[in-house]
Design a binder for this molecule. Sequence first.
Ligand code: FAD
Length: 528
Amino acid sequence: MTNNSLISSPFLPLFTILTYLLISISCELNPWPPSIPIHIQSSPIAPRLHNDLSSLETASLDYGNLVHEPPLSVLRPSSIDDLIALVRISNNCSSPFPISVRGHGHSVRGQAMAPGGVVVDISALAKGGEGVRVSRDPVLGFHYADVGGGEVWMDVLRHCTEEHGLAPVSWTDYLYLTVGGTLSNGGISGQSFLHGPQISNVLEMDVVTGKGELITCSHEMNSELFFAVLGGLGQFGIIVRARIVLEKAPTRAKWMKMIYNDFSKFTRDQEHLISIKGASYVEGSLLTDKSPPNNWRSSSFYSSSHQSKIGTLLKNNQGLLYSIELVKYYDDLTANNIDQEIEMIIENLSFVDGFIFKRDVTFMDFLARVGNLDKPEAEPVAHPWLNLFVPRSKVAEFNTGVLMNIIGKHNQTTGPILFYPFNKNKWDDRMSAVTPDENIFYTLGLLHTCEPHELGYFEDQNNEIIKFCEEAGIEIKQYLPHYKSRRDWMKHFGKKWKTFEERKMKFDPRMILSRGQNIFNHVTYSEI
Ligand code: FAD
């Protein structure tokens, strides 16, 4: 059942109890839910399928807490062979059952769920740092890491840095996300302007396709599958290994935040910073009373005196300010010149006089700055997030229509409000990920946290933003997209739709994988 107002419904407890009672009764008589095909029950993977209430409950929730769709069963694989077996069993059914891989369930709208099917808990294959193998290409001389699809980026970082003095170059802000999960979307953060998103830094993958074949792919080998899977929303195969580019890890980071009260200066300086050599990381955000300077629940960049100084400026600027976050990495070899280099990078920036704040931290502390948000909140909350890509040519209209007149005026948005640019030439358009057709585009991340009774308000605001962009002719693309109709998906993919559809037919023709994304579910074979 997909129901965006479910968490606020007074019938939720009753509905949940009834569902579980029904499942419990059927499990008591027969440990297998009735719709699980009989030949899965006698297959070698049967001992790894879990039908207990706690497993089903976990697989029916995600970070968003907006969608609640229990699967029939959860597979905790002990090997890649288990995944191959599961996909083949589904393929052999006259009516195949859906299969979704759950990374860490950090999707917000049920994308990793499999109603009426099997959720694969791929974390069962993760081995922490031991699941990361670092090697050096003997011909080209660079290093790379082979990483399981279910490993979390935090473990990849720890292993590569602590054991080898190396690190991937492109990150997400939050590191408790899985390699397979972020590569299925893009994987963006303040390093993307320089190195591209995480999908631009993959050399090779092992993928179990929707036909149950294990295929190694790269730019040169089975390249169509490689490009399909990167940013492919889990539609074409299960990523079981990814080979990630590594570089020498810096040891420290000069970490700065600069405050702006003028949008055009804020965007001009961000675009300057992503066009020159020097910065290692550039992100921007909006500050409001509800989205304060230390905006992640677990992070603390500013001291309390800095916060009150910014608070006063905020009051004098109608409650809306902008912030650029800039980082320059360094190590012992570059330490002598680092302050001079930073002066050169920031010399012509137009932030409000006196509003630059600096910290000097380890590389590890900077990358792990968001902390671990996976601990449950005291009260149930929802995360009706909206992430958009906005073409550069329209940011002025977007600022007036969305940032000022919707977000700023209503002043209800809680949590971080990110707004920062990318260079399109760092993205590979052969991949499935979709971005606006301009050399520079921005991301808006509205990372709301709300109580159940506020959900309607935030959903309305998200819809108002999308409607405004449609009416103003601003061709936004959603990141971590969510659409309800095939027409909207076709519009999202634009000229890539045909290829996306053809690749689906080639690699998952029975439409088994990742139905939680809701892309091909409503399509019959004859429609394709
Ligand atoms: P899941 O949510 O479990 O899965 C996502 C999708 O990928 C599903 O369709 C699933 O079926 C599929 N999938 C998962 N694993 C595999 C696999 N091995 N093979 C094939 N398909 C697979 N994103 C950014 O880009 N940058 C950020 O800075 C960022 N910060 C975040 C901070 C927080 C607190 C949260 C909750 C999310 C953030 N995200 C960010 C979004 C994140 O990238 C997505 O949630 C993404 O889905 C990864 O989460 P996950 O590993 O839990 O994957």
